[in-house]
Design a binder for this molecule. Structure first.
Ligand SMILES: [Cu+2]
Length: 142
C-alpha cells in the first residue's frame, strides 16, 4: 500500500471547517422570525356571544401605544378584514379594535355568525407590521 495519511487528514480538516461554517449559517437561518398568533379561541371553535381573545406575540415586545420603539408594538383584532399592509395605519373602527394599553387578552362581544378574526401587530403609532405579523382564525359565534 502506498496510501498516504496526509491527504485524509487535510480532507478531514477541510470538512470540519465546512461543517462549522454550515452550522453557523444554519443557526442564523433558524433564528425564528417574529410572529403573532391567536391563542384563544381555537381555530374553528364555536363560542358564545361574549368570548375571550388571547394574543400571542413572539420576537417582539408588547407595549402601550405612544412612542415608536423598534421591535415593539401592540395588538389589534381585525374582524372579517384582511391584514393591514406594512407601514399603513390600522384604522380605528368596529372592525379594527386596538389594544393600545398593551393588553394581551380581551373580552369580545359579537352577534351570532361566522367570523374571520385576525391578530395584527402594529407599532406605537398604530402603523402595521404587515401580514408577516398577523394571524387569522375562523370562528362561529352562536
Ligand atoms: Cu393601535
Amino acid at each position: 500500500m502506498t496510501h498516504s495519511s496526509t491527504a485524509p487528514r487535510t480532507l478531514a480538516g477541510t470538512s470540519l471547517a465546512v461543517l462549522t461554517l454550515s452550522l453557523l449559517t444554519a443557526c442564523a437561518a433558524m433564528a425564528p422570525a417574529p410572529s403573532v398568533a391567536l391563542l384563544e379561541p381555537a381555530n374553528g371553535a364555536t363560542v358564545g356571544s361574549t368570548f375571550k381573545v388571547r394574543f400571542g406575540v413572539k420576537g417582539m415586545a408588547v407595549a402601550p401605544a405612544g412612542a415608536i420603539v423598534a421591535d415593539s408594538g401592540h395588538n389589534h383584532l381585525l374582524i372579517n378584514q384582511m391584514p393591514v399592509p406594512q407601514g399603513q395605519s390600522v384604522p380605528f373602527d368596529d372592525q379594527h379594535k386596538h389594544f393600545g394599553a398593551g393588553q394581551t387578552e380581551a373580552m369580545i362581544t359579537l352577534p351570532p355568525g361566522q367570523y374571520k378574526l385576525t391578530s395584527q401587530f402594529a407599532n406605537g403609532a398604530h402603523q402595521s407590521y404587515g401580514p408577516a405579523m398577523s394571524s387569522s382564525i375562523q370562528i362561529t359565534v352562536k
